[in-house]
Design a protein around this ligand. Structure first.
Ligand code: NAI
Ligand code: 15L
Length: 268
């Protein structure tokens, strides 16, 4: 049967807030979790991914988990280790112990951020591009994908890992014209990832059907995802404001954008 009760971790965040609004229309009953309290959601669980007991209680009885919680940008390694690496492990262990069968994992383009982006005329980046993280943050998303594979192979727990491009209400950079996932398409893709049959561990790219798309959405579509949006209406204004992407700047020629060139962050 299709999942109905779904735990949404990271529900207080940007994407979590958008999905809290959009997913109930698909018939889901959402249970919300975040370390940041949600004043407007009296039933939300306020808990850290380090709290294994709280995670076990949170996943008890749900049909599936959408795992968005974590640090969503580059940070010192020890912080990434705790929130994203240990935190995702704790979540998977809790789900395994409580018999949850399906997780949708918010991976990121930064798991493959050093991959050259296609130049005009090049073929799209194929599905399943190998890990090439651009940051400790991207490394944690590579870890999450491998963890998901392990839990499928060893425990038969299914995951769809979505390498999200940029999911915000509107694209705000020229790079995002290629990677943008509209919130509506984000909800469509999460719904497909929750309901597709026999996914094992499947890795898909997460974006709208942008005119300037860099990657292949074939596997995402094979789950039943039918993107409806395209960033192109934003192109003229963004290019006028920011200029075209330059071929001599690694922040413009690698998938990860400025994550590739930002100076590393060291432990605090
Ligand atoms: P966000 O930073 O707005 O939200 C993340 C949420 O996770 C926050 O509410 C935060 O309080 C919570 N969180 C952080 N550490 C936690 C912990 N230890 N325990 C419990 N909760 C914790 O990020 P956003 O943009 O909403 O992204 C959601 C997820 O999607 C993240 O995993 C991010 O890496 C991933 N992603 C998002 C993209 C986007 O375009 N928004 C692109 C690619 C990936
Ligand atoms: C991500 O992984 C981040 O979580 C998000 O805030 C954006 O920076 C996005 O990638 C992006 O690459 O635009």
């Amino acid at each position: 049967p299709a999942p109905r009760t779904v735990l949404l971790t990271g529900a207080a965040g940007g994407l979590g807030t958008l999905m809290r609004e959009l997913l109930p229309a698909y018939g889901y009953e959402l249970r919300l979790l975040d370390v940041t309290p949600m004043e407007d959601e009296p039933d939300a669980i306020t808990a850290d991914l380090g709290d294994r007991e709280a995670l076990r209680e949170a996943v008890r009885g749900v049909d599936a988990v959408i795992h968005l919680a974590g640090i969503s940008l580059e940070a010192p390694f020890d912080m990434i280790l705790r929130a994203n690496i240990e935190g995702t492990y704790n979540l998977y262990e809790a789900a395994r112990e409580e018999g949850v069968r399906r997780i949708v994992f918010a991976s990121s383009n930064h798991a493959i951020g050093f991959t050259p982006r296609p130049l005009p005329g090049d073929p799209l980046l194929p599905d399943g591009a190998p890990h090439r993280p651009d940051t400790f943050y991207g490394l944690s998303k590579s870890f999450g994908e491998d963890l998901a594979q392990l839990y499928w192979d060893r425990h038969g727990m299914e995951t769809v890992s979505v390498r999200i491009g940029s999911c915000f209400p509107e694209p705000t950079s020229v790079r995002m014209l290629s990677l943008w996932m509209s919130p509506g398409d984000g909800a469509r893709l999460l719904h497909a990832a929750l309901t597709a049959r026999d996914v094992g561990h499947t890795v898909v790219y997460g974006s709208s059907a942008n005119t300037r798309l860099w990657w292949d959405l074939t596997t995402a579509r094979s789950l039943g995802y039918e993107p409806q949006d395209d960033s192109e209406p934003y192109a003229e204004r963004l290019i006028a404001e920011q200029g075209e992407l330059r071929p001599d700047d690694p922040a413009h020629t690698r998938l990860g954008g400025h994550f590739v060139t930002d100076p590393p962050l060291w432990p605090r």
